[in-house]
Design a binder for this molecule. Structure first.
Ligand code: GLY
Ligand code: MN
Ligand code: MN
Length: 447
């Protein structure tokens, strides 16, 4: 699969679409992410703010994007760090204002140090200021500082913005619907992640530690130029029952299952896949029973990912299958309807069946419209991730003890149905056992 990319035109289309939904009397101010200290003078790897990335594609910190619809001298203004040979020698290349225009599609660009002087002028006579209000006190102060600079000029006939609109309200609705170019990015990320899970299955041996398997995942992510979209969860045995287990340092034991929840991020676009497989390569009868049940729940949930169904339909389908199955396994007693009503399944299935997926792993977008669950529409992408967890505090029969299973795939809503973006990853018992045995028919790794 050829590595896809996004063009400068794609980002321009996004900015135009946002401007159209806001109206021509608005100014949008959107800052980049800031560098974060990890310890003393060591920084975390820089990750651009997803909203900023979506609108600009600009990869640097210390930048502010401004959209001024209808402005003759340029509608898209970018403030960014100046070129600086000394700083670039120490800390890496910068686009500078020239590069912001030539490589990133800004109509005009200025050094970030000039923003206090220039931005209030751009706000003049705009009635609405749209910005990520409330994200940080420091940002709110700066935004209202700039507004106050305009207000100070009212006696010279200048109008200051008087309506303040949360950027997220408009932008997140737009981000929820993935364009074809974005789906290509997400398909690519999911394909790399599927390859990483295959690599992990094939490397797994009793006696290795969880971190050794994490290393296999990272190797596969990095060799394709991607990074983890979130900290990989690699939990053997009972650790698979800890939903956000990230210690990843226990030895792997024969007879246990290994739960891996890991996905890469490709140019900002996340994938999010979970697979659960036996450390030794063969499911025990009890593991197989529980696994088949989660798989059936996932199939039922994925079948509900269809335009016109609502957000909660896949979850309801998964809960129905899991509850009936838990009764069949002798774990729950009662009628399925009553067990669902009383949420008797919750000690074994305590999370929801999915979330939106995109530039953020738990992506933006409303799940309800008013009181009602949102209807699914083409372009939305979600995870479907049912699970069953027989952790130490549960009352399940002994043979299920320490079994933690989740199966998670990335699913796009398309006209008339859905597309499983992560379909290249072994999912059935037979596919997993064959992949772990290194059979010739096992799926190929990576894109
Ligand atoms: N990896 C986080 C999640 O599955 O939601
Ligand atoms: Mn997920
Ligand atoms: Mn996950």
């Amino acid at each position: 699969m050829k590595a896809p990319g996004l063009t400068v035109k794609e980002f321009a289309r996004r900015r135009r679409r946002l401007a159209q939904s806001l109206g021509s009397d608005t100014i949008v101010v959107m800052p980049a992410a800031t560098e974060q200290l990890r310890n003393r003078d060591v920084e975390y790897p820089f990750r651009q703010d997803s909203d900023f990335l979506y609108l600009t594609g600009f990869p640097e910190a210390e930048a502010v994007a401004v959209l001024v619809p209808g402005r003759e001298a340029g509608e898209y203004v970018l403030f960014c760090r100046d070129r600086d040979p000394d700083m670039e020698t120490w800390n890496g290349r910068r686009a500078g204002p020239e590069g912001a225009v030539s490589d990133y599609g800004a109509d005009c660009a200025f050094p970030i140090g000039d923003i206090d002087e220039i931005l209030p002028g751009l706000m003049e006579n705009r009635s609405t200021l749209c910005a990520p209000f409330g994200r940080s006190e420091a940002l709110d102060q700066r935004l209202f500082g700039w507004v106050n600079q305009v207000r100070a000029k009212v006696r010279s006939g200048v109008r200051a913005p008087r309506e303040f609109v949360a950027l997220e309200h408009h932008l997140h609705e737009q981000r929820l619907f993935k364009q074809p170019a974005e789906l290509r990015m997400m398909r690519y990320a999911a394909t790399i992640s599927a390859g990483a899970h295959i690599r992990a299955m094939q490397a797994c041996r009793p006696g290795l530690h969880e971190y050794a398997i994490e290393a296999e995942l990272l190797h596969e992510f990095r060799r394709h130029g991607t990074e983890p979209a979130y900290h990989s969860i690699v939990g053997g045995g009972e650790n698979g029952c800890i939903l956000h287990y990230v210690e990843n340092r226990a030895p792997l034991r024969s007879g246990d299952l290994l739960l891996i929840d890991a996905g890469c991020e490709y140019q900002g676009y996340a994938s999010d896949i979970t697979r659960t497989f036996p450390v030794s390569g063969r499911f025990s009868p009890a593991q197989k029973e529980a696994y088949e049940l989660v798989l059936e729940a996932q199939r039922a949930a994925i079948a509900k990912v269809v335009p016109g169904n609502h957000w909660n339909d896949p979850h309801d389908a998964a809960v129905g299958v899991l509850t009936r199955g838990l009764k069949g396994l002798g774990v729950l007693k009662g009628t399925p309807a009553q067990l669902i009503r009383s949420e008797a399944y919750k000690p074994y299935y305590m999370h929801r069946t999915g979330h939106w997926l995109g530039l953020d792993v738990h992506d933006v977008g409303d799940y309800r419209v008013g009181e009602a669950w949102r209807l699914l529409e083409p372009g939305m992408v979600m995870t479907v991730e049912p699970g069953l967890y027989f952790g130490p505090r549960t009352q399940a029969p002994k043979r299920f003890r320490d079994i933690g299973i989740r199966i998670e795939d990335d699913v796009a809503v398309v006209a008339g149905g859905h597309e499983i973006l992560s379909d290249g990853c072994p999912r059935t018992v037979a596919e997993i056992e064959s992949c772990m045995a290194g059979d010739a028919l096992a799926p190929a790794r990576g894109p």
